[in-house]
Design a protein around this ligand. Structure first.
Ligand code: ADP
Ligand code: MG
Length: 342
């Protein structure tokens, strides 16, 4: 099969359901403008027509075999994750998904493996359809397996949730639970042991992160800053604090809560829950700040969206990250986020 057959077979869909009007029962069902796609796959460029008053939000993330995923990973999960990590960036800005492009390097034996290619496309398009985010172009080449997606979103001008808006006195919040993807990774690497049924649950967190699009949209009116957690809380929060020109104090009790009970169930214990929350990467949850006046609103949002939102600390003036031990002591937190070249 040649390059163009491969594109036609797996990636060019005649009637992408993502372009259809949303079903009444669709999850995240909020009235969404039709995606502003004037031209999709097949020409030299795709054409997008942003609605008046909207800004485009654009982000790229690359997944490299052996670095971001195991060579034998389930291809459907890989398709899901490649898009999910990009959609997570849109969520972090409060943007609505519009479309994405896919640049793919494939070893010839993968390209010829119909079961693998079909499963990859299925995982990719299941998530794309859920968010009405069609594939509008890309590039396909032979080479070591490498998946690079660029996602396009839209957001009303001036409403994007940036990293540089945190104010002294703001609360710091995280969505969902932290550290679970890291536990799954440690188990798959043979560094810790997990019961098979527990590994199955945590593996979902590593391989099928859920982009928090609806939460990001809701936070537009609430948060002063936001970002998604991909490299571990301490490193990511440092980025936010530096961008905002502030410092942050985290509450160790609250951090333990954000990790949930899973940290108690592994053997040998890889680290205490607080370090797991601080250093575990691949969470793809949202980190955001909001004024203390918004606490009731945020708590109501957690209930309405059935997603835990945990207040884990406070922004303060100055710089650096501090951990409050709950007994009057505060210690500096080392910046330990993942860095590919460190
Ligand atoms: P060009 O040579 O003009 O850059 P290509 O021959 O690479 O274009 O691709 C032909 C068409 O197929 C283009 O519209 C491109 O966007 C699309 N395409 C190529 N690879 C992919 C892919 N992996 N997924 C989706 N569309 C793709
Ligand atoms: Mg090309």
């Amino acid at each position: 099969m040649g390059e163009f057959d491969l594109i036609a077979r797996y990636f060019k869909r005649k009637t992408p359901s993502a372009l259809q009007p949303p079903a009444p029962s669709a999850t995240n069902s909020v009235a969404i403008e039709a995606p502003p796609i004037a031209l999709g796959i097949g020409d030299d460029c795709a054409l997008l027509t942003p609605a008046p008053g909207q800004q485009l939000a654009i982000s790229t993330d690359m997944l490299v075999k052996g670095r971001h995923f195991f060579p034998d990973v389930d291809p459907a999960a890989l398709g899901h994750k490649a898009l999910a990590v990009n959609l997570s960036d849109l969520a972090a800005m409060g943007a609505e998904p519009v479309a994405f492009t896919l640049a793919l390097a494939l070893p010839p034996e993968r390209a010829a493996d119909d079961a693998w290619m079909s499963a990859f496309a299925q995982g990719l398009f299941a998530l794309a359809d859920e968010h009405r985010c069609p594939l509008i172009g890309g590039d396909t080449t032979a080479g070591p397996l490498n998946i690079c997606i660029t996602v396009f979103g839209q957001i009303p001008v001036g409403q994007a949730l940036r990293r540089d808006g945190a104010q002294p006195g703001d609360d710091i919040w995280v969505s969902g639970t932290l550290g679970e993807a890291r536990l799954a990774l440690l188990a798959l690497q043979g560094q810790i042991e997990l019961a098979p049924e527990r590994l199955a649950v945590l593996r979902e967190r590593l391989e099928r992160p859920i982009p928090r699009i609806a939460l990001g949209r809701a936070l537009r009116a609430i948060a002063t800053s936001a970002m998604d957690l991909s490299d571990g809380l301490s490193g990511d929060l440092t980025h936010m604090a530096v961008a905002s020109g502030v410092g942050a104090v985290l509450d160790s009790m609250a951090l333990g809560k954000a990790v949930g009970p899973v940290a108690e169930c592994v053997s040998p214990r890889p680290a205490d829950p607080v370090s797991l929350a601080l250093t575990g990467g691949d969470d793809y949850e949202l980190l955001f700040t909001a004024s203390p006046g918004q606490r009731d609103t945020v708590n109501a949002l957690a209930v309405a969206s059935a997603l835990p939102l945990t207040r884990i600390g406070q922004i303060r003036s100055g710089s650096g990250l501090w951990l409050d031990d709950g007994a009057g002591g505060q210690s500096a937190i080392a910046r330990t986020g993942y860095d590919h070249f460190a």
